[in-house]
Structures are given as C-alpha cells and as structure tokens.
Design a protein around this ligand. Sequence first.
Ligand SMILES: Nc1ncnc2c1ncn2[C@@H]1O[C@H](COP(=O)(O)OP(=O)(O)OP(=O)(O)O)[C@@H](O)[C@H]1O
Ligand SMILES: [Mg+2]
Length: 438
Amino acid sequence: MTYKKANILIVDDDFDMLELLQRQLHDQNFHAYKASNVLEAINILKYSRIDLLITDLQMPQVDGIALIKYVSDHYPKLPTLVITGFPSIDGALEAMKSGAVDYLIKPFTKEELKNAVAKALPQKLQETTRDSLANNSISYAGIIGNSEPMQKLIDLIERVKDNKATVLIQGESGTGKELIARAIHYKGRFAAQAFIAVNCGGIPEDLLEAELFGYTKGSFTGASENRQGFFQAADKGTIFLDEIGNAPMKVQTRLLRVLQEKEVQRIGEQNASKIDIRIIAATNSDLYKMVKIGKFREDLYYRLNVVNISTPPLRSHKGDIVYLANNFLRKYGSEYGKQATLSDKALELLQNYDWPGNVRELENIIQRTLILSDDEITSEQLPEHFKYHISSNDTTFKSLAEVEKEYILRVLAYTDQNKTQAAEILNIDRKTLRNKLK
Ligand SMILES: Nc1ncnc2c1ncn2[C@@H]1O[C@H](COP(=O)(O)OP(=O)(O)OP(=O)(O)O)[C@@H](O)[C@H]1O
Ligand SMILES: [Mg+2]
C-alpha cells in the first residue's frame, strides 16, 4: 500500500515521554520529530513539513498553550493534539479553545494515542486507508456490519443524528458504544460543533463534578479562578457521558437539572445559564437494575432514556465477523506493512467463538496474530483458547461426576482394566479408585 507517511512533531520537556511517544508513533508508521521545548518546536515547524503537532501543556519557560496560540496564528491548518496530566484537565479545555483539536490525559494507552492521532490527522493523509476499506466492506462512519441488528442500529443513528434528543447507549463492553456516539455526532447536523467525551467512571467524584459543570473562583479549596466545565465547552454540540452508571449521586443530581431545565449551573454560582447541547450517555451495566437497587436515580434514568440504542453482542451477529476481521486485517496490515488473509479454518474458529469481549476482543486478536504471521493467518496461530472453545450451541452439559466416570472408564480401558496402572495415571491411590468405581 502506498500511503504518505505523516510527519508528527511531539513536544514535551520529559525525555522519557518523548522517547515513548516517538516509539509508539513509529510503530504506527508515522515519522516523529521531537522537541523538548517550545522554541525548538517553533524552529522545527519553520524548516519541516509537519502534519500534526502533539504537545504537552506544562513546560518550563514557555508553555504549551503559548505554542498552540502561535500555531493557530502562523499555521492555522496544522491540527494540534494536547497531552496533559489530570490536575490540568482544565488547561486542556483552554487548549481546545485556543485551537487544539483534542486532548489525551496521561497516562494513555497506545490505542488511545492511535485513535486520537487518527482523528486529528488531516483527512487526505488517511484517504488511501479509507478507500481500500470502502471497497471491501460495509462501513458507516467506521461502523462495520451487514447483519440485520447492525443495519437496524445504523437506521437508528440516521434517525437521531440531526436532532438533539438524548440518547442512551447500552451494551456489553467492546460492542462499539463510543464508536456509535461519535457516528451520531459526526454524521449529524451539528458535526462542526464540539464533541466532548467524558468518562464518568475514571475521575474522582469532586473532580468530575468540577470538570463537568465548571466552577467559580473560591467555590472550593483550590478553585483559584472561574472555570468553564465540559458542558459549557460542548454547548451547541454533543457531550458523551461514558460509563454513566458510575456517575456518583452528586453528579447525577446536577445532570438531572441540566436535562430538565436545559441549563447548567457552575459550582458556586447562583445563576444558571441556558445550554443547547445533545447528551449521549453510555453504559455497560444494567442501568434499570441499578435504579431498582437505588444506585441510580430513577428520574435521571427516564430522562436519559429518550432514545435507547442497545448494541448487540458480537455473538448475536456472527455473520459480521468476516467483515470485521478483514477490516482489522487491512487496518493493521497497512500499519505493519503486511497484507495477510485468514485461512478458512482460522475464520471458522473465529466464527465458532463466543467473543465475550466483543469487537474489541476480535480487533485485539487480529492485531496480535498479524504481528506473528506471514501472508496467511492460520488456525494454529490463533490463541490456544480458540482451539478448545465450546460454542454456545453445545448446550448439553454433563455433570462433573459423569465426566469423571467416563474419564476413569477410558483410562481403565487404556490400561486393560489394570487398576494399579490406572490409579497411577490418575494420580490417586488404588483405594480411592476402588471407592469411585463403586
Ligand atoms: N461495528 C464495529 N465496526 C468496526 N469497529 C468496531 C465496531 N464495534 C466496535 N469496534 C471497535 O472496537 C473497539 C471497541 O469499541 P468501543 O470503544 O466503541 O466499545 P465500547 O462499547 O465503548 O466498549 P466499553 O464498554 O468497553 O467502553 C474500538 O476500537 C472500535 O473501533
Ligand atoms: Mg467505551
């Protein structure tokens, strides 16, 4: 596959971080330039063709925000991605306002880096990969699936994408909830507005409240200035509240207010301000059950559940496995410079498996296996558990006692009914064997 290698400039005063980022970007087939401070970065920008800037925010002397402002003045077309530690997540917001397209919170995984880079890179650098994808499979904003449940799901996205009805996406882990939330936003009429994703499970309660709703100076210890929250920052666009089931009660109460009154109130503020936002929430826990046991507000549940999208587990649309697998083969193939196919037997094993981790698990398996394979992925290269897997179609199960009995009889047959030998093989003493035979 011929495909122009993008040049990415990374700026961080932490050398280990620079090294790590460079290695990960190389693995993803990008060319990475490194700068350990803003002045160095500006120099590189002057003399090289850079396609994407990734910068840390806190750096001694000149900080990342200044660099972002410089870039938006001098290189308005250059997308910028910000990396930041937890305490400065509000800095990330400021960065977004100054022109950054997205931010990553440290520590982030390889996968998160990769997704953020893919989203931030100019489309033309990605065209080759997208074209090759369109030829061979059925994709809607990156969602692959030709089966009935997936087509229904895409219909539903089509229906909701242009209005601001609140959407609740429920489904098992790895079924594409976040992918769907992004599709709703980016396919819809408000795509040019902000899309902000917040993981309600990953942030300590007080911080989550502050980040979501904003606060005024002095409203709590450490609130040294007025701050906008994610809600205000995503106004007119979409806020994606991931893992909503983990939102603490305090946050649930404030959220209810946003949904009922269409207004947000910053912490410490008397007046609320109107807000025009689409809320998409997602969870992999049974929210209704949580309502029943008092862990989730019932009124909030009904407010969120205006449009309900449930993502089907992969085992319920196995027909899509072949499309998904081929898509991931192409995706990682172009990344590793390989063009591999699946052998029939390997595909059969993938189709017989039940995929408790759903599409994410399939993606991981393909990626890992591809690294170790040549031009064909064979069944032997798949992880062990595929070979001994029991499909959900085998629903006749035996009790342990029955299995034990059959096994003992098999060993006895093998030893020509020699109990001493059989006991040895089974690693039990003769007396135990005799008792079991009774
Ligand atoms: N239908 C699909 N087509 C293509 N890729 C998919 C599909 N569904 C999921 N994926 C991919 O699988 C991975 C997991 O998807 P995503 O993060 O959206 O799942 P999730 O439901 O949010 O999972 P979790 O509950 O664990 O957060 C992503 O890399 C995503 O791109
Ligand atoms: Mg998710």
